[in-house]
Design a protein. Structure first.
Length: 208
């Protein structure tokens, strides 16, 4: 019994050592996670990394997100303007409800700053984080917020190597970079979706 405990302890220490090495490698080259909603925040918190992305605590429609990713440098060179009377129907189409938070306009894009109290603080954080982007280490994460097949196909035309699409719709699994989050009509944030894909391995460029 004692030998088993010692062996188990050594095994656990070995696992912790491997995990520590992996996290150290990740922190030496933190990814810039460009996401269409709060998924990026959860990932940064999961790995304890600094936010090297402006898409934190906000949401874009899938179509706006794709336009943004296709021309990052253009959109990040533009100042955000506040939308005083945002279209609530457009936000509801993404699965949202009443807009009681600041909304910004970035050229032809609409950005929903869902987790900010006022536009000034949202704009300040956007400006602070956009300059941190590591253009040599970009990872795109699109969470299915009522996407159709054409949108998903368009997403995979974005000229960045590291892209995944996460969905609960089996009909949208068009390639190996589409990950099934669940298949029971529950929202993505209500399930342990982080375990559905090996993000650490992906960020260390060992996936696919």
């Amino acid at each position: 019994m004692l030998i088993r405990r010692i062996f188990r302890k050594i095994k656990n220490l070995g696992k912790l050592a491997i995990k520590s090495i992996s996290y150290h490698k990740l922190h030496k080259n933190i990814p810039s996670i460009i996401s269409n909603n709060c998924s990026g925040v959860f990932l940064y918190k999961e790995f304890g990394c600094k936010y090297l992305s402006p898409t934190i605590n906000l949401q874009l429609s899938p179509s706006d997100y794709i336009k943004f990713c296709k021309n990052l440098e253009h959109y990040l060179s533009i100042e955000i303007e506040e939308i005083k009377n945002p279209d609530n129907k457009a936000f509801k189409a993404l699965g949202g409800s009443k807009i009681n938070f600041p909304v910004g306009k970035l050229d032809d894009l609409t950005i929903y700053f869902q987790h900010y109290k006022d536009f000034k603080s949202a704009e300040s954080k956007w400006e602070e984080r956009k300059v941190r982007i590591n253009y040599d280490n970009i990872f795109l994460v699109l969470i299915d917020t009522f996407c159709d097949e054409d949108t998903v196909k368009d997403f995979f035309t974005i000229p960045y190597k590291n892209k995944i699409f996460m969905t609960g719709n089996k009909g949208l699994l068009i390639n190996n970079n589409c990950i099934l989050i669940n298949n029971d009509n529950q929202l993505w944030f209500e399930r342990d979706w982080l375990k559905r894909f090996n993000f650490k391995k992906w960020f260390l460029n060992k996936h696919g």
